[in-house]
Design a protein around this ligand. Structure first.
Ligand code: BDR
Ligand code: CA
Length: 319
């Protein structure tokens, strides 16, 4: 059975990704680690528990992680996901407790206990991962694979024209993660706005009638649906973290990916948080510099959005 750790700043689309993983029978979620991002880390932890409870399968251990990015003040996204990150529905706070061990320690320990077996799906800023990589690089080299929702991929950002939220919050951490020598797949923000990628209004309404898990997935995204309406002009839902989770859980949804050299911009200028994705095979100008541009990540270019939606709905639907 595949062993997954979900590292999350649990906002409303993270919640859907958590539901997917906990309801997918071919993987075991061995830990959930939380980090500041969409909301502060304590709120993200509450939201992770809400998602775990809503999944109605099993309860993985939850470890609290970083309260703030490596170098900068926290940036949050209550305007996108609600003050509580989950659509401000007044959801109850589950009677569940986080483990005492810190997320960074837990990551290192679990990876050491399962050498070459742990796959990490990172759906928030990667502060916890960078800290673990800096604290115990030898242990973290034993990670099997990292799937990261981060960057604009081959497109634009969603915070600035070039920076996507998870990287913008902690670009220094993203640089550590991208340059770390383990296999990784990046799912950029461009994927969730591919043609057919949005959950459209009729699909939102249909999913609300597909049982309590699907209904929870839609309801907790109500603030995000409102936000999408303001940005895109119609009532629909974009799901960056679920696309990243799908790439991990359902590789058949991935249609095209490239080995790329990814360069993370950390200078304090308008490019802060940009990930320059270079997938050219040849550098026509600086042939001697090709070695410096060796691939450090696979970046997904195309996913089967219809298959994604089909599998998502099947996974969440209950009788
Ligand atoms: C990312 O930022 C957050 O709003 C989402 O949860 C996702 O992880 C998209 O840019
Ligand atoms: Ca997220």
């Amino acid at each position: 059975m595949r062993k997954i750790i979900i590292d999350t700043d649990t906002g409303s689309d993270d919640a859907v990704a958590i539901l997917m993983a906990l309801r997918e029978p071919t993987v075991e979620v061995v830990a959930v680690t939380t980090v500041c991002g969409n909301v502060n880390m304590e709120q993200a932890t509450i939201n992770a528990f809400r998602s775990i409870e809503a999944a109605d399968t099993y309860v993985p251990p939850v470890y609290k992680g970083a309260y703030r990015p490596l170098m900068r003040d926290a940036v949050t996204a209550e305007n996108v996901h609600g003050q509580d990150g989950m659509g401000d529905l007044g959801l109850p706070i589950p009677d569940m407790q986080a483990e005492k061990e810190h997320a960074v320690e837990a990551l290192i320990r679990i990876v050491k206990e399962n050498p070459g077996e742990i796959e990490i799906v990172a759906i928030g800023p990667v502060t916890n991962l960078a800290l673990a990589m800096m604290k115990d690089p030898e242990a973290m080299k034993l990670v099997k694979h990292i799937y990261s929702m981060g960057s604009g991929g081959y497109g634009m950002g969603n915070v600035t024209s070039v920076a996507e939220f998870n990287v913008f919050v902690d670009a220094e951490a993203y640089k550590v993660m991208v340059d770390f020598p383990v296999p990784k797949t990046i799912i950029g923000y461009d994927i969730c706005s591919l043609p057919g990628a949005f959950i459209e209004e009729n699909e939102i309404d249909e999913m609300k009638n597909e049982g309590p898990v699907s209904q929870f997935a839609i309801d907790c995204n109500s603030t995000l649906i409102d936000y999408c309406k303001r940005v895109w002009g119609s009532r629909k839902l974009d799901l960056p973290d679920p696309y990243a989770m799908a790439a991990a859980l359902w590789p058949e949804t991935v249609l095209e990916e490239h080995e790329c050299h990814c360069f993370v911009c950390t200078a304090d200028d308008p490019a802060y948080g940009q990930v320059v994705v270079d997938y050219r095979k040849f550098d026509a100008v600086n042939k001697d510099k090709l070695e410096k541009r060796r691939p450090n990540a696979n970046v997904i270019k195309l996913m089967d959005t219809a298959l994604f939606k089909k599998k998502l709905r099947e996974c969440l639907k209950t009788e």
